[in-house]
Design a protein around this ligand. Structure first.
Ligand SMILES: [Zn+2]
Length: 339
């Protein structure tokens, strides 16, 4: 097993290494879901524990420590994640039993053995928490004690998609390491090499620029049906009942996700002249955007948000999808499109 530092993470990698070299004991990797923060934190932990790091600071992948890590049995390392962590945007190293979405206080307390005993090896100890916003209040407070009085040569690497959700006291004890993709070129190149898709740039745009999330989209068989769905939505005579029938085999959450990004882009085009998610459909979307009044767009956005709460457990999936498509159609109909 090798630990990856992606090409778009070079500045975050150097920043985090420099922080550890200065003696920081807690880092917070923050960035969009699917930009590879978890991999970066694991790579840093591996490098911190490695007996013979490479000249660029990465783990050697050969020493005893690296072999233990690869086997999942390193005595001075812990990865703390929710039992039900299902972040398919960021590859996992273990199967995820469907249990809690939270990191519980018992999981944090379970670290006490690791923290109280002397490190088995000279390098120290490393603990990765992912995603840190999954720590519930009790777990956050338990972790806070360790962050305030860190055991010797122990580093805490917290990973967060939404750092604003962390307890401020936890956040303030960590050095922030932003993981951004300032230059999309390395992300595009990586995606082209790692996913089978005809248009990596488009898939990257759909994923909000996050390459690992883009792989999930490209590998989803549903992806091939997206264009047809959007064309049906854009048709002047779009019939919500017929579209719901055509796509009745899709999960309502998928249809809602397409509808939300489509609506977002209609407004985006109207005000900024450019689509964010539908670069491939921009001319078609621009035509529809002219038919959607801003006040109707706001209403539609709110009604789709309200549906989001029930999307995973609708009483009747077919009616649920029809309902959201009718809301979309009505928003357009307000501008005198014949329905
Ligand atoms: Zn090594």
């Amino acid at each position: 097993m090798s630990y990856t530092v992606f090409d778009w993470q070079k500045s975050a990698w150097e920043l985090s290494r420099a922080a550890l070299a200065r003696g920081a004991h807690a880092l917070l990797f923050a960035g969009a879901r699917g930009c590879g923060k978890r991999e970066l934190a694991l790579a840093l932990a591996a490098a911190y524990l490695c007996d013979a790091p490479q000249p660029d600071g990465r783990a050697c992948n050969q020493c005893e420590s690296c072999r233990w890590l690869a086997a999942g049995s390193h005595p001075d390392f812990a990865l703390v994640e929710p039992a039900a962590e299902d972040d398919d945007a960021e590859p996992k190293t273990r199967p995820a039993p469907k249990r809690s979405n939270a990191i519980t206080v018992d999981q944090v307390r379970g670290l006490s053995d690791l923290m109280s005993i002397t490190a088995h090896r000279d390098a120290g100890k490393a603990i990765v928490v992912h995603p840190a916003e999954a720590l519930n209040v009790a777990a956050s407070n338990a972790l806070l004690k360790s962050l305030e009085e860190p055991p010797p040569r122990t580093v805490f690497l917290l990973v967060s998609h939404r750092p604003a959700l962390l307890l401020p006291t936890v956040r303030s004890r960590c050095q922030l390491v932003p993981v951004r993709i300032d230059d999309p070129a390395p992300a595009r190149a990586w995606l082209a090499a790692n996913a089978e898709c005809d248009d990596p740039e488009l898939v990257l745009a759909l994923a909000g620029g996050a390459p690992l999330a883009a792989v999930s989209i490209a590998e989803d068989p549903v992806w091939s049906r997206r264009a047809g769905f959007l064309r049906a939505l854009a048709a002047p005579d779009a019939d919500p009942v017929r579209i719901a029938d055509l796509y009745r085999d899709l999960p309502p959450a998928q249809v809602l996700s397409w509808l939300q990004t489509w609506t977002f882009d209609l407004v985006q085009i109207r005000f900024c002249g450019r689509a964010r998610y539908h670069r491939d459909m921009e001319p078609i979307a621009a035509g529809v955007a002219q038919l959607l009044e801003p006040i109707e767009a706001t209403r539609l956005h709110r009604s789709l948000l309200a549906l989001q709460r029930h999307v995973n457990h609708p009483l009747n999936a077919r009616l649920f999808v029809e309902h959201m498509l009718i809301a979309y159609r009505q928003a357009l109909a307000h501008n005198a499109i014949p329905v």
